[in-house]
Write a protein that binds this ligand. Structure first.
Ligand SMILES: C[S@@+](CC[C@H](N)C(=O)[O-])C[C@H]1O[C@@H](n2cnc3c(N)ncnc32)[C@H](O)[C@@H]1O
Length: 231
């Protein structure tokens, strides 16, 4: 698989600004536990090597659903709380509601107001306006890893957590925030990995102007030969 970005890509300046904003807006970003850090480090090595870890498989689904990610039928279950992987991509600060039309954007922090100095540094082409709103987005359109192929469900088995990566001895670069996909229930062999794309703002499907296909992890299940089970 060509998508092999283990962690999000973010400039030092934007990471520092994000840390300040998290503080300013009192956003709760829990510190990743030692166990979660070990999970991030372990999956990072697998992504670097093969892109897709060998217990997972990418499969084409019907129609416009595109690809999806499945746990192979002969793999061990993934237990609740296990790290799936960081949702990686390019982190950018953009004027709000100007997100472009990528299907792979995660809005990390929205409704940001910047000081004059910050606007000059991060949006030098626009004239300063104290009420202009910005958001910090993560886009996996051009760069990312297998998590960019994880589809949406209202009954997901994977949850997106916004965590801080503290200084550590595992070789992971610290970051003010990072989206980490974590299993929120046991994922059984053959099931599809699914996450809910929408937060409280319900912005994803509204912007797409389509209704999501109602999938559960068992809707398209794989047999031991990697074929879909007929129901
Ligand atoms: C992050 S991508 C997921 C991977 C995508 N299936 C692919 O092949 O690249 C998000 C896009 O997948 C499709 N998708 C994901 N879940 C869906 C669902 N439940 N119903 C309809 N389309 C879905 C939509 O086109 C959506 O914009």
């Amino acid at each position: 698989m060509k998508f092999k970005l283990t962690r999000q890509e973010i400039s030092q300046e934007l990471n520092s600004l994000a840390a300040k904003i998290i503080n300013r807006k009192k956003i709760r970003v829990p510190k990743a536990t030692r166990n979660k850090l070990a999970g991030v480090a372990a999956i990072g090595k697998k992504i670097q090597k093969t892109g897709l870890p060998k217990y997972l498989v990418r499969k084409k689904l019907k129609g416009k659903l595109g690809y999806g990610i499945f746990l192979r039928a002969n793999a061990k279950p993934i237990m609740k709380g296990e790290v799936i992987a960081p949702y990686s991509g390019q982190v950018m600060l953009v004027p709000q509601n100007n997100d472009g039309d990528s299907d792979y954007i995660f809005s990390l922090i929205s409704d940001l107001r910047l000081t004059k100095k910050e606007q000059k540094a991060f949006d030098p082409k626009s004239r300063y306006h104290p009420r202009r709103l910005y958001s910090i987005d993560l886009d996996a359109e051009k760069k990312g890893n297998f998590t960019r192929f994880i589809n949406h469900s209202e009954k997901p088995n994977v949850e997106a957590h916004l965590l801080r990566i503290p200084a550590n001895s595992l070789g992971l670069k610290p970051s003010a925030f990072e989206i980490i996909y974590i299993a929120n229930k046991t994922i059984r062999p053959g099931e599809q990995l699914l996450v809910c794309y929408e937060g409280e703002d319900k912005s994803y499907w509204g912007a797409q102007k389509i209704k999501p296909f109602p999938m559960t992890p068992q809707t398209f299940q794989l047999d031991s030969k990697g074929r879909f089970l007929l129901r």
